[in-house]
Design a protein around this ligand. Sequence first.
Ligand code: C5J
Length: 233
Amino acid sequence: MSKSTSNNYAVTAEPYVFNFSPEHTAVIMIDMQRDFILPGGFGASLGNDVDRLAATVPVARQLLDWCRAHGMLVVHTKEAHKGDLSDCPLSKLNRGNPTVRIGDQSPMGRILIDGEEGSDFVAELTPLPNEVVIVKPGKGAFYATELGSLLQQANITHLLFGGVTTEVCVQTTMREANDRGYECLLVEDATESYFPEFKQSTIDMIRAQGGIVGWTAPLSAILSATKVASDDQ
Ligand code: C5J
């Protein structure tokens, strides 16, 4: 294989510097859907303060814009089910004995059903036509989706993560990716939880023990990442 020189980026991160090449890196924006972020959606119906999540939207947008400007593969995921709920296990449907269930009517259509208003992305984070959208029935984005084969085909080795919620779908997907050999970085202010202490614990867990799941850094560290020339095999 011929050798070419490409630009890598070195990001000041925890637990140590994270190096990546945009060519082999994808950004995965997890579940920035109205049902989790806007009043009247699923998250709000469970009694959560959705404003916490809404505050990450501009940061997530800046992250996407940086990645777009650097020609990176952009992947958006959405947690959504088929209208007949055939991909929603009963355990998920009934967990917590909720008054409002997945598939029920809400002010934004049927909750977490693909194609309904609430299952769609918030306006600021609408995918561009050339970007990938993964519809996932689980918390992890690799489970029962085409994400793994798609990343392999695109020669992706590194992943940047943002999205909601930190300790549920973001962390689950990051752990799935870590087990599959990807070098993963969570962008701390591009992710949020309904529970601030869960967000902090997740960040701590990810970067503990020398980065047992991966790295974390704020968006500012990505924006000010140092360019370093490297030999690309
Ligand atoms: C949840 C998610 N929290 N996207 N989904 O149920 O994290």
